[in-house]
Design a protein around this ligand. Structure first.
Ligand code: UDP
Length: 336
C-alpha cells in the first residue's frame, strides 16, 4: 500500500509510520511540526519507502501518485497543547479532516480518522461504549479538541454516507510509550520525568479522577487491524446510481464504518498512577497537588467489546511492563 499519514511526526503518527514502513508499505508523512518532532522520524529519513513533507493539512492537500489509504492523525493531542493552540486544534480537526477526506476521495483511498475518548467529554457512564453520545461542554477550554474531533467524526460519516468513501473512525483512549515528548504535559510523561529528576509529582486536583492507559504497541496493532479489516459488503455495492448510499447502507451496529474504541480498560486513579511511577522508578519524589484543570473528566475507561468482536483485538501489554519500557526510554532521553 501507499499510505498518507497526517501528523506522522507526532507520538502516535510516528509509531504508525514506523510500523507501516517495517511491514513493507510506502508512507508519505505530512506534518507541520507544531507538536510533532523531526527526531520521531529521523530514523526513517532517507528510507526508500518513506517521504516527509512539512505542510499544514488545513491547506489544500495534494499528493502526487496513487494512495491506498489516508490516516488523519494530525492534531495537538495533549490538553497542554490544545490549550496552547486552540484555533489550530479546531482548524485541523475541522478543515484538516475535510482536506484529508477530499484527498482520500480523489484518490479512491480508504480513510481512517484518529478520533478520541474526549468525544465522550466528562462521561456520565463508565465504561464508555461507542453508543454513548457524551457529555461535552462546547465552550470549555477543552471544547476546542472535543468539538473539533466530534466535527471530524460527523464529516467522516457524511463522506461515508454521501460519497460512499470507505471510512474508519478510531476513538483513541489515553496512550503512552516511547517517543512522547518529555514536556508533553500528559500525566504519564509528566510523572515519569518528574520522578527521574527527583522533582515533585504534580497531581491535579485530589487525584481521584480515573484514566485507563494503553501501551503504544497495542494501540498501533489495533489501528492497523481497523485499517485493514474488510467490511461485509463493499461500499460500491451499497451505493445507488445517484451516488447516494441506499437505505441498507445505514451503519449497522457492527459496521466497520462506525467508530471503534481502542484503549486498555485497566482503570486507575491519578494518585494510583503517581504511586506506581514512584515504585517503578524507585524515586522518592513527593506528591504535590495542583488545581484541577477546567472540565477535567472525572472518569474514563473504554468499553472495548466492539473492537474485540470486529477486530479480534484487545491489549496485551500489562501496564507495569509498558511503564518500565517508557521509563527506560525517558532515562535515555534525559541523560543524553
Ligand atoms: N494530570 C495530573 N498531573 C499532571 C498531568 C495530568 O494530575 O501533571 C491529570 C489530569 O488532570 C487528568 C489526568 O491526569 O485528570 C490525565 O491527564 P492527561 O493530560 O494525561 O490527559 P487527559 O486524559 O486529561 O486527556
Amino acid at each position: 500500500m501507499r499510505v498518507l499519514v497526517t501528523g506522522g511526526a507526532g507520538f502516535l503518527g510516528s509509531h504508525l509510520c514506523d510500523a507501516l514502513v517495517t511491514v513493507g508499505h510506502h508512507v508519505v508523512c505530512v506534518d507541520n511540526l507544531i507538536t510533532g518532532r523531526p527526531e520521531n522520524i529521523s530514523h526513517l529519513m532517507g528510507h526508500e519507502r518513506f517521504t516527509f513533507v512539512k505542510y499544514n493539512v488545513c491547506d489544500f492537500l495534494h499528493v502526487d501518485g496513487p494512495l491506498d489509504a489516508v490516516l488523519h492523525f494530525a492534531s495537538p493531542a495533549s490538553p497542554q497543547d490544545y490549550l496552547e493552540f486552540p484555533i489550530a486544534t479546531l482548524k485541523v480537526g475541522a478543515l484538516g479532516t475535510h482536506k484529508a477526506l477530499g484527498l482520500a476521495k480523489a484518490k479512491g483511498a480508504r480513510f481512517l480518522l484518529a478520533s478520541t475518548s474526549e468525544v465522550y467529554g466528562d462521561p456520565l457512564v463508565n465504561p464508555q461504549p461507542e453508543s454513548y453520545w457524551g457529555n461535552v461542554n462546547p465552550i470549555s477550554p477543552r471544547g476546542v479538541y472535543d468539538e473539533a474531533k466530534r466535527f471530524g467524526e460527523a464529516m467522516t460519516m457524511a463522506y461515508y454516507r454521501y460519497h460512499g468513501l470507505d471510512t474508519r473512525i478510531v476513538r483513541i483512549f489515553n496512550t503512552f510509550g516511547p517517543l512522547m515528548r518529555p514536556n508533553d504535559g500528559r500525566v504519564v510523561s509528566n510523572f515519569i520525568v518528574q520522578a527521574i529528576q527527583g522533582k515533585p509529582l504534580t497531581v491535579f486536583g485530589g487525584g481521584t479522577q480515573t484514566r485507563s492507559f494503553c501501551y503504544v504497541d497495542d494501540m498501533v496493532r489495533g489501528i492497523a487491524a481497523l485499517l485493514t479489516a474488510e467490511s461485509g459488503k463493499s461500499v460500491a455495492e451499497r451505493t445507488n446510481r445517484a451516488g447516494f448510499l441506499s437505505q441498507r447502507s445505514e451503519p449497522q451496529p457492527e459496521s466497520i464504518h462506525d467508530p471503534v474504541n481502542l484503549g486498555n480498560p485497566h482503570e486507575l486513579t491519578v494518585l494510583e498512577i503517581a504511586r506506581l511511577v514512584l515504585k517503578l522508578t524507585g524515586s522518592s519524589s513527593p506528591i504535590q497537588h495542583h488545581p484541577l484543570p477546567v472540565d477535567d473528566p472525572q472518569v474514563r475507561r473504554p468499553d472495548i467489546r466492539r473492537a474485540k468482536a470486529l477486530l479480534g483485538w484487545e491489549p496485551k501489554v500489562e501496564l507495569e511492563d509498558g511503564l518500565r519500557k517508557t521509563i527506560d526510554y525517558f532515562r535515555k532521553v534525559l541523560s543524553g
